[in-house]
Design a binder for this molecule. Sequence first.
Ligand SMILES: Nc1ncnc2c1ncn2[C@@H]1O[C@H](COP(=O)(O)OP(=O)(O)OP(=O)(O)O)[C@@H](O)[C@H]1O
Ligand SMILES: [Mg+2]
Length: 612
Amino acid sequence: MPKSHRSSGSWTLLRFLRPYRGALGVAAGLTLAETVLDLARPWPLKLAVDNAIGGRPLGGFLSPLDGLSPAALAGAAALLTLALVGIGALVGYLITYLSGAAAERVGADLREAVFHRMLHLSLPFHDRHRSGDLVTRLTGDVARVEDSLVAWLTTLVPEVLTLAGMTVVLLVVDRVMGLAALAVAPPLALVVALRRRRIRQAQRASRDASARLASDATEMLRNVRAVQAFTRERETDDRFRGRSRGALRAVVGAMDLEARYSPLADMLLAAGSGLVLWLGVMAVTSGRITVGTLLVVLSYLGSLYGPIRSLARLARTLARGAASRERILEVLASAEVVPSSPAAPPATPLRRSLVIRGVGFAYPNGPAVLRGLDLEIAAGERLCVVGATGAGKSTLLGLLLRFYDPNAGRIEMDGVDLRELELDSLRRQIALVPQDPWMLDGTIADNIAFGRPSADESEVLLAARTALVDEFAERLPDGYATEVGEGGVRLSGGQRRRVALARAILRDASVFLLDEPTSGLDPASERAVMRALAQASTGRTVVAVSHRLTLAADADRVVVLDDGRVAEQGRPSRLLEGGGAFARMWALQRPAERSEHPLAERREQTITLERR
Ligand SMILES: Nc1ncnc2c1ncn2[C@@H]1O[C@H](COP(=O)(O)OP(=O)(O)OP(=O)(O)O)[C@@H](O)[C@H]1O
Ligand SMILES: [Mg+2]
């Protein structure tokens, strides 16, 4: 991966926590309180055993209670326990609510930020990543980061604090026992540290596998027509099952790694507890501590398992979160945006010319598509680009929109390099009818209005009429409110094209980029659409790409693209007479199609010429 694609370290997710620092701060304070309550919980036991049963006097601040009967003391101990648990429960609820809600909000912010970033990342990024994978990052990965955040707040911090508190209390009660308990910590930390990396790598692999699974599923389901038409259900099924098993293996592998941590931690703990138990009994028999104190210590030891166990479980949640965070940061920190300064001067409607100077272009890791292309397009001109399949015609239109930037040379709009114009304003000057019309889930009217959301209904209808959408839309029971379905499946190919045309017409741009605007239309509709285009494009600059020579014959100038350069250009009639590449293409086109065109006669002469 090139350097610029790598995540930059300065990007962390911390900035997403900042807006909620109030709630998180309160939660942190409550967590401290909860830890103190947790630590206090075993002490009523000492009151019951040493004072109520053992009859020892209560020293210090508890001496006023000295006169109480054992029953009253035991009752006080019970009440104290109840109070500690009750307050603890309330505090626990507050912590869960505050931190949980904050984590959900952080998750929502994160999701929105990642989506925003994805929308702005340039096409090379999107060419490399499958949409299913990106959706997984947006949903699953964000959820996992959220889970790990909740885990941090509600498990990691309190449990670690509790553990630390217990150790401190143990140290105060009896230094030797405290040190024995502490001795377990270094090996435990070592186990966690050693495992962490591997668990995270395993989690990353598992996440990538499930993202591939999601991408595959999306792709196969979207192309279910192709699968059924070619009766490829079995293979598709097998391929999916293979992927699914792969994802399963990856996730089980990660789980296995994580699961191995618990027994290890348990063994270490048991060793530590055994040592402390032994030391404790020694301390009681030598009279250094009371039985009540030993009970408190043993109760701590018993409750040590809880935090350590949950920390082990947590290691898994955190490793998942870390792997997902990596996947999210890849998007958030990607530098692959179309370079454009918001301070750059805005593009204005084309007045003089679009000039393509020595443009060379290759897709990432691909062969050269354009090699030193020179072309000047005058404002108001209607240019038609023709050329063999794969010649780079659509690529050229993409460069004009800055979907990609040329690797060599430059494209100028009224003398200014496109890269020095503010991007949005540049794209606002251009209306594109893509080769495969994009359809969004929504109604026909929504799809047209996408070209200019500020347009009112009458403008939408006018554009629709110009592009001949009304011909079919008005016959539909729901008219323009007809839902087009995912990818426009409920429309015919020609209908989709007309909707895309209407969208471009509504755009109100000074430059029209039409990629095969009439393909998929019957000859009568083609003529009608061409008339509509002629009408819509008055005063606009049109760069049309077409294999249909009827469209080329209507242009002011034809450019033949070959081998990444302009092979020939000129008025269509002159090119026909010249007998070059364009004339040869013309000769190959179906006679029925040609005879409809006024240029037919001239062309017949060309063919006769060629035959001689
Ligand atoms: N997004 C992409 N990533 C990598 N290579 C691409 C991409 N799009 C197109 N290409 C390659 O660039 C070359 C030119 O493609 P382009 O779509 O510009 O051809 P075209 O002239 O429009 O062809 P057609 O007449 O079939 O539409 C092709 O060889 C194609 O394989
Ligand atoms: Mg194309």
